[in-house]
Design a protein around this ligand. Structure first.
Ligand code: SIN
Ligand code: FE2
Length: 217
């Protein structure tokens, strides 16, 4: 009786939702590693603190970002790009922790992408109201590998559309521990995050953290 109750409450290892061909949400896939991931994010951000990047158009992004790995995604008046050093410190980005790599590789494999070896992880922090408008991840220089995205903390509404900006996106609630993977025919699908609703998460309080693992040159 009790077992049945828990089975209904916690996502099973096979709980997945197909967003499009090549795009899947693996419900709860990172739940058992959440504490470890959060601890590692704390260590990374002591060396490479979260900051609000400026878009090439001069807007301050509402999502705060940092990176770990061999290279990191940055934006400023000169454009969007990956670079091996943190522009704030001039130092290399902190190394990608082992637990990050393990979660990303296992999730990619579960979504049908073998031999995924991420070299970069963009870490996003959303506070209530923060959002990410519809965009494509296309600065990686290698579009043959998927994007693996791990959600932690407050739930967010993820929009996932088609290959044209004008394709109407569908909405999916991404909760603590969910992992979204998109690649192959979905690799360049437009996606975004609606303004984060206020709330209180038991581990992270009033915020959502998101890790996106990438193969970038
Ligand atoms: C991203 O598009 O890079 C991040 C998506 C998310 O925060 O879920
Ligand atoms: Fe993205």
């Amino acid at each position: 009786m009790q077992l049945d109750l828990f089975e209904n409450l916690s996502p099973s290892a096979n709980d997945r939702e197909i967003l499009a061909e090549g795009a899947t949400v693996l419900r709860g896939r990172a739940l058992d590693k959440a504490h470890e991931l959060i601890e590692a994010i704390g260590q990374i951000t002591t060396k490479a603190p979260f900051r609000h990047l400026i878009t090439p158009g001069g807007y301050r992004m509402s999502v705060a970002m940092t990176n770990c790995g061999q290279t990191g995604w940055v934006s400023d008046q000169r454009g969007y790009r990956y670079q091996a050093t943190d522009p704030h410190t001039g130092q290399a980005w902190p190394a990608m922790p082992e637990c990050f790599t393990q979660v990303a590789i296992a999730a990619a494999e579960a979504a049908g992408y073998r031999d995924f070896h991420p070299v970069a992880c963009l870490i996003n922090r959303y506070v209530p109201g923060a959002r990410l408008s519809l965009h494509q991840d296309k600065d990686e220089g290698d579009l043959s590998c998927p994007i693996v995205s791990v959600s932690l903390g407050l739930p967010a509404v993820f929009q996932f559309g088609g290959l044209q900006r004008t394709d109407t996106p569908r909405k999916y609630l991404l909760q603590h521990g969910d992992v979204a993977v998109w690649g192959g025919p979905s690799r360049l699908c437009y996606h975004g995050v609606l303004p984060l609703k206020d709330g209180q998460h038991p581990l992270l309080g009033r915020q959502r953290l998101n890790l996106t693992f990438r193969v970038a040159r």
